[in-house]
Design a protein around this ligand. Structure first.
Ligand code: 5AD
Ligand code: SF4
Length: 508
């Protein structure tokens, strides 16, 4: 039986899923008979202000004073809905910080907001369509005085076209222009009805003095924005612009502040996070940055996602081996197991080269869990190519996968290739892939019975004594404990049962 809130695809931290995060609720109700949801699903925190558990005051993290409205005036209320990946989630946290410090108050429904913002995703067509259906909902009410803005990848992709399709939109801003957001908001507030931020030729990153973080234990930090790779199916280089790394000192200063605020886990984000190049004279390598972040007092766990195989080097594995605070999980998208398809995808590595990276990771002194992304139905993919992907999965034994049907995107090289594989056939290939992974995960989970893991507790069931949290290798375990105040704490949990998608345990 499928448990939609509980499949790995929903659980792993990831750059890419297309659901709006405000809809990504309801986790961990696997075969434990738990009532509907835990209070919080780690990777699907809402962009709204309804986050209500934890040791800190829901995301007001630089202290309430940081969000004192300018000159004490309340400018209005905002509603912000986020679609897509963790980069988008975190961009929204920064956008919310900008708005709160400008004197806006966050509300939970568009109906009660004077400013409505959609932070959009265009990685696959379905995700991009969602924003237009949201915008359509406002078509009939266009003259009610509310300001509507479209942010993120669809904004960058469609540009001023959005004003034509939805004339009630006043702001269109892609993520590469977010450093200008305060200025653009100023123009909107001054009554300008067509404000755009669509430049991508920037070397700036989006750094804000305040960020309204949703998760009270795990803080996300973007360390590199944009992407310089040119995968033929991917719209990200177009929508997010060229790669820009953030200064190491600025990253470390923020980590220090986060630790002082009580965060014990940080997750470094980037489309190709391991391509990080410190732009300052210090010239830190990615692995050195990982170690420096882990050295900050108060930090107990450091994660990073997403890694690109071509830039994944031995020193990263050595750093994980040397520093237990670096979590033993690597998300390493392969996309296909067939070199022929990888070449057509312009992925810059072959099947054999990818497997060498896996061997490097498997050579670590402690086990490192490996997850991946796979696309099926890329133009020209044959049955033999699919068989190669399945055999690669068997060889690697992934701990989790995200799998996607190929979706042709505007501004991408593969758009010109004939997309002759039918939707039905793509679905069939996806199902085959997922069944292969289900068997792998079942065996892996069964082998974990009796093992003990350290968990950062982040969820509490409505049911008595039921909790959940993540291991260092980023598995979710639902467990029982008689203790009453575990949220935000690290505890030892012994695995007592498993399904393909869930682990169950008890506090050791
Ligand atoms: N079609 C399907 N999947 C895609 N991805 C990126 N672009 C596309 C596309 N056009 C997937 C890749 C990537 C993940 C974030 O989304 O697997 O790693
Ligand atoms: Fe897209 Fe490839 Fe860049 Fe990932 S590495 S964001 S798949 S272009």
């Amino acid at each position: 039986m499928q448990h939609p809130g509980c499949v790995w695809q929903w659980i792993w931290p990831h750059i890419g899923p297309e659901s709006p995060n405000s809809k990504r609720t309801g986790v961990l109700n696997c075969e434990l008979g738990m009532s509907k949801t835990f209070d919080i699903g780690l990777e699907r925190l809402t962009g709204g202000s309804g986050f209500s558990i934890g040791t800190k005051n829901a995301g007001v993290e630089f202290g309430a004073a940081a969000f004192e409205p300018l000159q004490g005036t309340i400018r209005g209320t905002f509603f912000l809905e986020t679609f897509g990946c963790q980069m988008n989630d975190h961009d929204s946290e920064k956008v919310a910080g900008v708005l709160l410090s400008r004197g806006y108050r966050q509300v939970e429904s568009p109906e009660s907001a004077s400013l409505i913002l959609y932070n959009t995703c265009s990685i696959r067509e379905k995700a991009a369509q969602k924003v237009f259906s949201r915008l359509g909902e406002f078509g009939v009410q266009q003259n009610d005085g509310r300001i509507i803005g479209v942010l993120g990848c669809v904004a960058q992709q469609e540009g001023e076209e959005i004003f034509k399709r939805a004339p009630w939109v006043s702001l269109v801003c892609g993520s590469a222009s977010y450093s200008k957001l305060p200025e653009l908001l100023g123009q909107v507030e001054a009554g300008n009805k067509r404000v755009t931020g669509l430049d991508t030729d920037t070397d700036e990153t989006f750094e804000t003095p305040v960020t309204r973080r949703d998760n009270p234990w795990r803080a996300y930090l973007t360390i590199i924005e944009g992407c310089d790779k040119a995968c033929s199916y991917c719209v990200v280089p177009y929508t997010r612009g060229p790669e820009r790394s953030r200064a190491s000192e600025s990253i470390l200063t923020e980590v220090r502040q986060l630790a002082e605020l009580g965060y014990s886990e940080v997750q470094l984000l980037g489309q190709t996070v391991n391509s990080y190049k410190d732009p300052t004279a210090r010239g830190m390598r990615f692995s050195e940055l990982l170690l420096a972040v882990a050295d900050e007092p108060g930090i107990r766990r450091v994660r990073f996602t997403t890694s690109h195989p071509s830039d994944f080097t031995q020193d990263i594995v050595d750093a994980i081996d040397a520093q237990p605070k670096l979590c033993n999980h690597v998300h390493l998208p392969v996309q296909s197991g067939a070199t022929r398809v990888l070449r057509a995808m312009q992925r810059t590595y072959s099947r054999e080269e990818y497997l060498e990276k896996i061997a490097m990771i498997r050579g670590a002194k402690r086990p490192i869990s490996i997850t991946t992304d796979i696309i099926v139905g890329f133009p020209g993919e044959t049955e033999e190519d699919l068989a190669e992907t399945l055999s690669l999965m068997d060889a690697v034994q992934y701990d989790g996968i995200f799998s996607f049907k190929y979706s042709p995107r505007p501004h991408t090289p593969s758009l010109a290739m004939s997309d002759a594989i039918s939707e039905e056939e793509k679905s069939r290939r996806l199902a085959t892939l997922q069944e292969t992974q289900r068997l792998i995960q079942t065996a892996k989970h069964e082998a974990m019975a009796g093992e003990t893991f350290e968990i950062l507790v982040s969820g509490k069931s409505r049911r008595e004594n039921q909790w959940s949290g993540h291991t260092s290798c980023n598995r979710v375990i639902n467990f029982t404990s008689q203790e009453t105040a575990l949220l935000g704490k690290y505890v030892q949990v012994r695995v007592t049962g498993a399904t393909p998608n869930c682990l169950a345990g008890e506090q050791a």
